[in-house]
Design a protein around this ligand. Structure first.
Ligand code: AMP
Ligand code: MG
Length: 426
């Protein structure tokens, strides 16, 4: 029998916003990003066909009753069960057959039944549908042996939606479930927030496009295609800018140009404190603002967030694993805010470690983790590689997310609970 550990408090376990050495805690950095960013104001109309992945700018309100009329929930016979007299069996004459999409004729003779198919409007003066399997049909009559309960197999008008009812709240990302509800509410098109424009700019003299021949000290640019794939979504237009080397002048010129059109500039590399780390000087030289620089996480310590003109700027570290994990945690948070998502889906949850983990105290570690099933108490179990190496991309395809190992913890025993952030790719 395993112990269920009590959770002392929510959050990554790294305590206060500021954790010393000018670094912010993970949750402190997320809070700064959320505090600085608000949803874009402009909206547009899209047809339901083009609504998937967009964020609703105003609620979907049901226009009418849904269903709009009482109708048959089964293939069978509509009759007035309330007027059946005496004990059965009853023999009733059967009128026309009414299919879905057809309006029943006016008069249903008293004491008779009407054949109805699923979805057919309920004929006037009937109150019940008897399943066709429960009657005996004999030519133009039916024999009913058991008294049906009044109201069975009828879908009453307004059972699903009433006029004026909020069916999908503003700030919801639209998927098939919301689009189904909107269609049933009578909405042919929806008002959504405009698309975001995000530009990716990888920096580094050493980078060459993946697939190009390498020479000397070149390496392939992993971050541009990785980030483009991580950021692409129906409500985001992604532009991958030609990568900039490590020279201040051209970098500054490019950043300045990009800031005129983009909502978000995502740079990779060049935000540490080395001689070739020129992104911050370039941004500040252009009059940009740095909101924070440095988060007490491993990998991802150099993560920087700021503004340049009207654009937000997220400076990701160059190491691909660090760029990926920081995008997943912080970049997605920024885009959710700008997109106007009102209640982001919870992606952090607690899971059980299926193995002992050791950790060097200092910074909160974001370690790749694989979901490996459930323990005897039905709790999710994760397994991890032994260490985090921010340059190793080969471990990514096996990972489902990250576990957060709090800064001061030295070791985690098998069976302990840890926070887990699942990767999501839409
Ligand atoms: P930086 O943050 O610029 O100091 O880069 C840290 C490390 O990540 C260096 O070894 C870089 O060569 C590497 N790196 C930076 N950008 C990329 C990239 N786009 N793709 C692959 N590796 C990169
Ligand atoms: Mg660099």
């Amino acid at each position: 029998m395993k112990t269920v550990h009590r959770l002392e408090r929510p959050g990554c376990g790294c305590g206060e916003d500021e954790v010393g050495d000018g670094l912010l805690s993970l949750d402190g950095a997320l809070a700064r990003i959320a505090g600085k960013s608000v949803a874009v104001e402009e909206t547009e109309h899209v047809s339901l066909q083009h609504a998937r992945g967009r964020v609703l700018a105003e609620p979907v309100i049901s226009a009418t009753l849904s269903p709009p009329f009482d109708n048959a929930a089964m293939d069978g016979y509509a009759l007035a069960a309330g007027t059946l007299e005496g004990e059965g069996p009853w023999v009733l004459p059967v009128g026309d057959c009414i299919a879905a999409g057809h309006v029943p004729g006016d008069a249903v003779r008293e004491g008779s039944a009407v054949q109805v198919l699923t979805g057919a409007p309920l004929p006037k003066r009937t109150d019940t549908v008897v399943m066709q399997e429960h009657v005996q049909r004999e030519g133009d009559r039916l024999v009913l042996r058991r008294r049906p309960e009044v109201g069975t197999h009828i879908r009453p008008a307004g059972e699903d939606m009433m006029p004026g009812q909020v069916i999908v709240a503003a700030g919801t990302r639209l998927g098939p479930r919301e689009i189904a509800a909107a269609a049933a509410a009578g909405a042919g098109s929806l008002r959504v927030r405009r698309k975001l424009s995000v530009v990716i700019l990888a920096t580094g003299d050493e980078l060459r496009p993946a697939g190009d021949p390498l020479a000397g000290a070149h390496i392939w640019d992993v971050n541009s295609p990785m980030l483009a794939a991580a950021i692409s979504r129906e409500d985001v237009e992604v532009l991958v800018s030609r990568h900039e080397g490590d020279a201040l002048g051209p970098l500054r010129a490019r950043l300045s140009c990009l800031s005129e059109t983009a909502d978000v500039i995502v740079t990779s590399g060049g935000v540490s404190a080395g001689a070739a780390d020129l992104v911050r000087p370039a941004i500040s030289g252009l009059g940009g603002e740095t909101v924070f620089s440095g988060v007490a996480i491993k990998p991802g310590k150099p993560l920087t967030f700021g503004r340049l003109g009207k654009a937000f700027w997220l400076g990701l570290p160059g190491n691909p694993l660090a760029a990926f994990t920081t995008w997943m945690l912080f970049g997605n948070r920024l885009l959710e805010r700008l997109a106007g998502i009102s209640a982001p889906r919870a992606r952090r949850r607690h899971v059980v470690t299926g193995m002992r983990l050791s950790h060097k105290p200092g910074r909160c570690e974001l370690r790749l983790a694989r979901l490996a099933g459930f323990d005897g108490l039905g709790r999710e179990v994760i397994l991890c590689p032994d260490v985090t190496n921010s340059a190793r991309v080969s471990l990514l395809p096996q990972a489902d997310g990250l576990v957060l190992i709090p800064a001061e913890v030295e070791s985690i025993s098998e069976g302990d609970l840890l926070e887990f952030v699942q990767f999501f790719e839409r």
